[in-house]
Write a protein that binds this ligand. Sequence first.
Ligand code: DQA
Length: 160
Amino acid sequence: MKIKVIHGPNLNMLGIREVNLYGPMKLDDINKNMEVVAKQNGFDIEFYQSNHEGDIVDAIQECLSEGVDGLIINPAAFTHYSIAIRDAIAALRSNGLPVVEVHLTNTAAREEFRQKSLISPVVAGTIAGFGPFSYHLGLIAMMQILNEIKMAKEVQKQGQ
Ligand code: DQA
């Protein structure tokens, strides 16, 4: 099964950007750690980062044509105002494709404008506040969801 990870704007600057908030780890290293864990558990994983809203919408839509089984997304600043990204995620959900939202920081404890996520109502769940480990937890959650979907399909098949 295949998992796609999408990182939103400015996450390519991890390790350089507001290190006091987001930590010293670079995006490549976060991706490498996720890749090891995904592979160990028998999942394929691919990564995409963009600073552009429309490109992220395209990357979300493409999950349906690329045989992606689950999406992990940190929409970064778009979390708080992108109806387009929310709608793209809702389209995946309506096609049975699970989405997990991830944030490095605990957005609920930050500025008021970060406390609202337009994305949270259309995802399976949100993990925030654990630094790069949020991605690891998001991956564990996604693998659990996909294993449950797989088991449910097998049970359904046996019953036919
Ligand atoms: C973020 C939180 C957002 O508010 C912010 O705009 C980001 C990163 C996080 O991972 O904590 O760029 O999504």
